[in-house]
Design a protein around this ligand. Sequence first.
Ligand code: ZN
Length: 285
Amino acid sequence: MLPVKQALNRAGVKRLDKVSAPDNSSNVTKHLPDDIPVALRDSPSVAPATVDRSMLVAGLTTLGAIALAAVILVAVQLQRSQQAQSNSAAIAANSAQSPTPPNPTTSPTAASVNADIMLGHFRYPEAPLAELTPIASDGSLKLRKSAAKAYQEMQSAAQQEGVSLVPLSGFRTLTDQDYLFFGKKAERGQVAAERAKVSAPPGYSEHHTGYALDIGDGAVPATNLSPDFENTPAYKWLKANAPFHSFELSFPKNNKQGVSYEPWHWRFVGDRASLETFYKARGKK
Ligand SMILES: [Zn+2]
């Protein structure tokens, strides 16, 4: 029993000690606060809260301002890019029109020499009628004067070597080409892209330039306008001699234009106008 009482007493003593100890300490702490200025005592507990709030407000304000600025920037950029697009479109439209001002004396096609390409064919100006002259005795086939002269000289040169060059088709009007393209296309049930491999769309044929013609072999008329023409003496002679007369094959095998091989179709490139007609349009030098 004694040990228990002693223990209790000890506990009581301890409790008393504990009770008295806080009293002492509270006295101490009561003294301490009086030494510390009110402002300093408040600062540790109150100041962080106000800093947090003000920082939060400042942060949110900054974020809001940044978001607003971003939205304005995006809007301005969008507007600018739209303006730039419409400007460049306008410039493109202008530049497309400016080199070829409308000319009442010539057809719209004749007025424009540019890099227009349709279905693999380049757009060419139509030869002025006054520039055309017959290359056959019946007067049915015509070429531009410079090309006609060169062709006749070439034909004579071939004849002297026993080769018969026969002109099959020369200058063709846009109306002729219109029939050839749309008429034949419908007749044969061909779609435009299919037809374009063997005949140029109106406005895009070398025939209306007055510089191009189709040539046959008078000795082998069955090969007229056929790939078999390449096996004739006329073709072999042309291949060897046409360059001396300033004629070249327009559509050789596997040409970049994707037009069918036409060994019978030759064009004159012997003067500045003809050269420009065929080469300026495709950006070659
Ligand atoms: Zn032709």
